[in-house]
Ligand binder design. Structure first.
Ligand code: DP6
Length: 329
């Protein structure tokens, strides 16, 4: 029987970036081209159990109770190899992961997945590790996972070394009552994932301009959050999302994630803000769904208007959340 000391579970939330990560300066280490900033989403989560065992010959993985694709298993094995090197074990792992939200549709399931996996894997071996180092380890699995370890509003620093590219909280979850009202226009798995998108980002003429000006937007966003200035946050979040998608569309091969309904929601959001005075703005990750970040007081009004736009839109809603946690046994 496996020792009870080699098993642990952890829960992590996805995050939505206000200043985006797109493109790497080092693909293997996932050292990002620019620093980024996000908020965690309290009501969405991945729960992962890791059991390190001397009896296993290979790593095993289930996602939502099912066998994963070969590619997903390989990606997790590669991450487990990094964890084994750092943790000094040769044991193989049984990994069971569950999401309470749709995967692969622009809601960053890889962020919560690799944050929860990293946290559970370290906890299962009862090793002490600083939160800062945990964020760097999670980053090796998926860049944005670094931002799902700390709580609330989180900055992930771009740097030239593994140790220096870490994430930290810049304001706790209860600093500002914001909600993310997500318009799910498609829950199909995306055809081109973020990892190959990062690899082709530098083929866009616009990527250098986006990266050069990212620090400016990061400073703006941090000030907007510090001062709870919604208008300022809205300007920078929409500009940053538009810039990232301009890079995607002008990369080779070009990546078009928007669908007709995506554009309809984006136009409606601007109208709700500018004509109706709702505190809401949009931002999109590598998928067609539209994250509508809004003042919590306006979230019901935003969701109601979104539902009126089209019966094809499903709606998810979440306030800002805390960091990844190890669950009691
Ligand atoms: C568009 O972190 O999913 O959501 O490091 O290859 O796993 P990998 O990429 P990932 O990229 C996220 C890209 C984004 C923007 C963001 O979250 O900052």
């Amino acid at each position: 029987m496996a020792s009870p000391y080699n098993i642990a579970s952890a829960r992590a939330q996805p995050n939505i970036a206000i200043v985006k990560y797109w493109g790497n300066r080092d693909h293997r280490l996932r050292l990002p081209a620019n620093s980024s900033l996000s908020m965690n989403l309290a009501d969405l989560h991945t729960t992962t159990t890791v059991r390190w065992s001397a009896d296993l010959l290979d790593d095993r993985l289930t996602i939502n109770g099912k066998s994963p694709t070969v590619a997903a298993l390989q990606r997790v094995q590669t991450h487990l190899d990094s964890l084994r090197r750092r943790l000094g074990t040769k044991r193989r792992a049984q990994v069971d992961s569950r999401n309470n939200f749709p995967m692969g549709a622009g809601i960053a399931s890889s962020a919560s997945a690799f944050a929860a996996l990293t946290m559970a894997a370290v906890a299962a071996l009862r090793q002490d590790m600083s939160q800062r180092e945990l964020t760097t380890l999670a980053r090796l699995g998926s860049g944005s996972a670094a931002r799902s370890i700390p709580g609330g509003f989180v900055e992930w620093r771009a740097a030239d070394s593994h140790e220096e590219s870490y994430a930290e909280t810049i304001a706790p979850a209860d600093h500002w009552q914001l909600d993310d009202v997500i318009a799910i226009v498609s829950d199909q798995h995306k055809r081109v994932g973020s990892t190959s998108g990062h690899a082709s980002a530098s083929s866009s003429l616009f990527q250098p301009a986006r990266v050069e000006t990212a620090m400016q937007r990061l400073r703006e966003a941090k000030q907007a959050i510090a001062q709870r200035d919604f208008e300022r946050l809205a300007r920078v979040a929409e500009a940053d999302s538009n810039l990232m998608h301009a890079v995607m569309m002008t990369s080779s091969p070009p990546l078009f994630y928007w669908q007709p309904l995506t554009l309809a929601v984006m136009a409606a959001v601007r109208n709700w803000r500018e004509a109706e005075g709702l505190r809401v703005c949009y931002t999109l990750d590598a998928g067609p769904n539209v994250h509508c970040i809004c003042a919590a007081d306006d979230a019901l009004a935003v969701a109601a208007r979104m539902a009126d736009l089209s019966p094809e839109i499903a709606i998810l809603r979440s306030p800002v959340g805390g960091g990844a946690v190890v669950l009691p046994n």
